[in-house]
Write a protein that binds this ligand. Structure first.
Ligand SMILES: Nc1nc2c(ncn2[C@@H]2O[C@H](COP(=O)(O)OP(=O)(O)OP(=O)(O)O)[C@@H](O)[C@H]2O)c(=O)[nH]1
Ligand SMILES: [Mg+2]
Ligand SMILES: [Zn+2]
Length: 355
């Protein structure tokens, strides 16, 4: 798998030829069959198909690692079949981490045609950036989300962290927060700023420096034996962290300041790595904004679960904890028991959601 290849690999061109008798070229043109019940799933003929996991997506090429022992595992370049079926309606057709069934091409057994995408058990998803009302799945079938932000260059925003925490709950992922570039700031000050997250919300928060290696051993323990996704703003240091975990450069990184001048993202596609310490880790492109997907205004308060300790005492059972009288959440806020920044992020998020 080449990290910087621009053109579609020749093998995939051949696979596309194998597949496309009607000149289809993009998975976006496909009309996948949606399997909405277990009965329908059983009707899919998987005879002769192999199972695998999507470990990287580069343009229209899907890299699929076959299921098997470490020594027998292979990575194939795949494309979706014109008759592909999915168990994930109204969503990204194929995401990194997806478990798929495929057949190998007629001319080459190192390329595959994906026939079926299994239901995602967990996912990190956001509202797709740009126009359109679509879900974008950043990673699927993952155990934990590690939100990677940095002390400076770029300075972290708690509003982004709070959005990620909603998405983690929604997608059934365990959250952890990684504050990188601690070498660029005052560690004690940053710790105080995030105290509510580890003390009250009991979310693991790591204060590390991928540059000088500070506290990196705690981070190594966090990812051991699990499947983790690293997500956060561009330049926070996700790929640098991956390189530290591997002890060598497996991902390209770039100088933050220079990059911001050009407004570029360094990592341009998601890729899953098998860790030397055991476990999988998914590096993803930096995000500019994180739009919440599939959470209604009514549901949102429950995602800020520190409110639950008080919400029963609110006068109105459907209290949004904003303008209502006798709101126990606002009373707790006024008495300093809740984090004001996080409450303000909640209000902003609530206002951004439609019912
Ligand atoms: N001072 C300092 N710089 C760091 C640290 N970690 C990473 N950097 C630098 O930050 C810049 C961006 O790092 P990347 O790892 O490319 O950031 P990224 O999050 O992968 O960025 P995208 O791929 O664009 O999302 C590079 O110049 C790194 O050398 C750190 O702990 N301290
Ligand atoms: Mg990167
Ligand atoms: Zn209330």
């Amino acid at each position: 798998m080449a990290a910087k290849r621009k053109n579609k690999p020749a093998k995939v061109k051949r696979a596309l030829k194998d597949r496309a008798k009607g000149g289809q070229s993009s998975p976006h043109d496909l009309k996948p069959k949606i399997l909405s019940s277990k009965v329908e799933r059983r009707q899919v003929d998987t005879t002769g198909l192999q199972q695998g996991k999507v470990i990287a997506i580069e343009g229209r090429t899907y890299y699929v690692e076959t299921v098997g022992s470490d020594t027998s595992k292979k990575v194939l370049e795949c494309v979706p079949s014109r008759s592909v079926a999915t168990e994930n309606p109204n969503s990204t057709l194929i995401a990194v981490g997806d478990n798929v069934w495929f057949r190998t091409g007629d001319t080459d057994d190192t390329v595959g045609i994906i026939q079926l995408i299994e239901e995602r058990k967990t996912k990190l998803a956001r509202r797709a950036a740009g126009s359109g009302d679509m879900e974008q799945v950043i990673g699927a079938n993952i155990d934990q989300l590690i939100i990677v932000v940095s002390v400076d260059e770029p300075r972290y925003k708690k509003s982004l962290i709070d959005r990620y925490l909603v998405a983690a709950r929604k997608g059934k992922l365990e959250p952890a927060i990684c504050i990188n570039k601690i070498d660029l700031g005052d560690e004690e000050k940053v710790k105080r700023d995030l105290q509510f997250y580890y003390d009250r919300l009991e979310i693991p928060v790591y204060f590390i420096s991928a540059a000088d290696g500070r506290n990196i051993e705690h981070f190594t323990n966090l990812v051991r034996d699990k499947t983790s996704v690293l997500s956060g703003p561009s330049g926070a240091g996700k790929s640098t962290i991956i390189n530290v975990l591997f002890g060598k450069d497996v991902q390209v990184t770039a100088d933050t300041k220079k990059k911001f001048r050009k407004g570029q993202h360094i990592t341009t596609f998601a890729r899953m790595f098998t860790l030397p310490q055991s476990g999988y880790i998914l590096d993803t492109p930096g995000i500019r904004e994180f739009g919440i997907w599939d959470v209604s205004r009514d549901e949102l308060p429950a995602y800020f679960h520190e409110f639950n300790d008080y919400a029963d005492a609110c006068k109105f059972p459907n209290c949004t904890h904003t303008h209502e009288p006798q709101c126990a959440v606002k009373e707790a806020l006024d008495s300093g028991e809740l984090d004001a920044d996080r409450y303000n992020n909640y209000v902003r998020l609530l206002n951004s959601l439609q019912n």
